[in-house]
Design a protein around this ligand. Structure first.
Ligand SMILES: N[C@@H](CCC(=O)N[C@@H](CS)C(=O)NCC(=O)O)C(=O)O
Length: 219
């Protein structure tokens, strides 16, 4: 079994990988790299991931980046009885990738005007304009997730997969104290999130990241 080491920042998209690792039962270590303290731009972390983004995972010392890729890898590596990534059904596997790509390329990015306007535009006086344009796009992306979850227990249907912890993270972001006023009602996603929150693996990852009921929705 390869040696796995995840680099995470509390509440970042790395939380999806963290939960998936806990679900997998695979042995792993996790190292905190605090984005708020700009540790992801420190020389030490840049030696691991010169792109300076979280997450990164070392697999026997080899660096793997991108949440989608890390989740797929964890899903494939997990013991067969876990089935965190569909194995024998090419179309279902494609749906897993469809979800993860949508979450990474569309949903994650849709938070930018709210979280990191400085990544999109230099002039702070234009932030309100950016928000005006970005919030409807953000809302449309979130509503699309809620719609796609309709009638499903988990993202892929009846079975839990690595897609689900990825959905856990973005719902949590959507309910952050400074974001919730911009988020549309997401009743189906909320129910999925609650099912995920109850799982022991989720609770273990949250505890390691210092995310408690009293601080879960803080910015
Ligand atoms: N496409 C990457 C995006 C990674 C990413 O942007 N991570 C954020 C945390 S959620 C980060 O490192 N932010 C700090 C920064 O961009 O400076 C992925 O899906 O893993």
């Amino acid at each position: 079994m390869p040696e796995l080491k995840l680099f995470f920042s509390p509440r970042a998209c790395s939380l999806a990988c963290h939960i998936a690792l806990e679900e997998s039962g695979l042995p792993f270590t996790a190292e905190i790299v605090k984005i708020r303290e700009r540790q992801h731009k420190s020389g030490e972390y840049l030696r691991v991931n010169p792109w300076g983004k979280i997450p990164a995972m070392l697999v026997d010392g080899e660096v793997l980046t991108e949440t989608h890729a890390i989740l797929s890898y964890i899903g494939d590596l997990a013991p067969a009885d876990k089935v965190l990534m569909p194995r024998d059904d090419p179309l279902l596997r494609a749906h897993a990738h469809e979800w993860m790509n949508f979450l990474s390329a569309t949903v994650h990015i849709a938070f930018r005007p709210l979280f990191r306007p400085n990544y999109l535009i230099g002039d702070e006086s234009l932030y309100p304009k950016l928000r005006e344009v970005g919030v409807p796009i953000f809302q449309k992306a979130l509503l699309e997730v809620d719609k796609r979850l309709s009638g499903k227990t988990w993202a892929l249907g009846d079975n839990y997969s690595v897609v689900d912890p990825y959905l856990f993270v973005f719902y949590m972001w959507s309910q952050r104290a400074d974001v919730v006023e911009f988020s549309p009602p997401l009743p189906i996603w909320k129910e999925l999130w609650e099912r995920l929150y109850e799982r022991e693996a989720t609770q273990r990852a949250l505890a390691t990241e210092g995310i408690m009921p009293e601080n879960i929705w803080l910015a």
